[in-house]
Ligand binder design. Structure first.
Ligand code: SAM
Length: 229
């Protein structure tokens, strides 16, 4: 058996009970070091832990797939929620196993950001640059999102396309300098927050940061209903 699950944004209060149960019953726990560390205290002493990094993830996932095919209960851990910036890793798990695998949702840093920034996802688009491959189509999409009058919650690409680079790119491509921007770091684990405008977003942030770029247009939820005649 193999199952993939998100572990939430970092604090165990945001780990789902289902994920905690799967971890407690697992023979094999696999994931990137920082993600496994989030749930380290819940991992049973007898479980095998397979840690990996960007360079060796394919080989390590092959090892997890072998254990799965040998009948072990394997749980692969994802940061936050699999469905937010997690599909390239999910594809690697499925490629190693040779078949689709079950994916359980978790709570994403994007959801915590939406909550901290009090923005509604109906009026907001999520975009990640934390991916392999060509970022240009995603940059253009971000530009269109703002032009369409929507908020954007953006995961930067460490360290190639960080908040200051995203802001600079948008300004070069015609975005208004006075878009309100927030950058949040280490959400649920001590939260650091920066607020300013797109033009002011020139500082350095860590790789555990997520960005909110607010629309200039009033959101449907902020528009007063017209008085009844
Ligand atoms: C590969 S993406 C995975 C996102 C994850 N699937 C999620 O739902 O949050 C990793 C990036 O998410 C962002 N991130 C994840 N957890 C965060 C947190 N607690 N606070 C701020 N940013 C976070 C950071 O930009 C980090 O580099």
């Amino acid at each position: 058996m193999i199952i993939c699950t998100g572990v939430g944004p970092g604090h165990l209060d945001f780990l789902t009970r289902r994920a905690a149960q799967l971890i407690a019953e697992a023979d094999v726990i696999a994931g990137f070091d920082a993600v496994v560390n989030v749930v380290r205290e819940l991992i049973p002493a007898q479980a095998q832990v397979i840690l990996m990094g960007y360079r060796d993830q394919v080989a390590k996932l092959d090892q997890v797939a072998l254990e799965h095919h040998a009948g072990k209960k394997c749980v692969v851990l994802f940061m936050g929620d699999i469905h937010f910036s997690g599909f390239q890793y999910l594809e690697r798990v499925e490629r190693a196993c040779g078949h689709p695998v079950e994916a359980l949702p978790g709570i994403s840093s994007a959801q915590i950001m939406a909550s901290r920034g009090k923005v509604c996802f109906d009026e907001t688009t999520f975009i990640t640059f934390h991916r392999r491959g060509d970022l240009e189509p995603f940059k253009r999409h971000l530009s269109h999102v703002l032009a369409d009058g929507r908020n954007a919650i953006v995961i930067p690409c460490p360290w190639d396309f960080m908040p200051k680079d995203i802001a600079a790119w948008l300004l070069e491509h015609g975005a208004a300098p006075h878009h309100a921007v927030e950058v949040w770091e280490n959400l649920t684990r001590g939260d650091a927050e920066w607020r300013g405008t797109l033009a002011e977003c020139t500082g350095e942030f860590t790789d555990m940061s997520i960005m909110l770029i607010r629309t200039l247009a009033p959101m449907p939820s902020q528009i007063e209903p017209a008085p009844q005649p």
